[in-house]
Design a protein around this ligand. Sequence first.
Ligand code: ADP
Ligand code: NI
Length: 218
Amino acid sequence: MIKQTDLITKTVEFVKNSLQNAESGHDWWHIERVWKNTQLLLKTETADHLIAELAALLHDIADAKFHNGDEEIGPATARNFLQSLAVSENIVYHVEQIIRHMSFKSSFEPAPFSSIEMKIVQDADRLDAIGAIGIARAFTYGGYKNRQLYDPTIAPNPNQTKEEYKNSTAPTLNHFYEKLLLLRDKMNTSSGKTIAIQRHEFMEGFLKQFHAEWVGEL
Ligand code: ADP
Ligand code: NI
């Protein structure tokens, strides 16, 4: 099998090339941040570094949202790439399973697959959805979907079904109450949780300021 450092280098190259035209919420920089978050969590969590890093790098390789909802393209693309480098089947399989099952969408239901490596990468991805970067990504996504910033007459609904959530046209601010503020309590690892607590507080501060400015206070 190819040397571990060469495998990571080749994977970085492959992901950068594949994501050249990706929108800014899922571009190479998102992947790099999730990879760095993963490396940070690996300092305190005991896990297989190679599997966690490969999964972090490949986790958004073909997002279903941009492939007519096909949830199998991502895992299949990762498998084909790793197989092309003759990576051993147990690693290929594990990485493929992480990519298949780690999205927030799947976490509406009980997980059919779990491992410490998956928990770490899922935490690393969630950390990039909260805090200052999380705020920036939410408004970027909202702009891309032509959503309103906020509408005080449209209440957030944190108990939506998967289908309702997908078809929602709610303002971007609702996303904070429906998803982003719920992530802190969904963290898998204690090191992830510690970082999430700080980023959560930052979002709460932002929302407080947003609502104050909305009504012309301050
Ligand atoms: P990822 O692929 O990183 O797990 P998603 O594809 O679910 O995450 O979302 C990508 C980014 O877009 C995240 O930062 C998320 O908060 C944001 N986003 C997703 N849905 C919405 C929405 N309805 N309104 C605002 N932002 C959203
Ligand atoms: Ni992601």
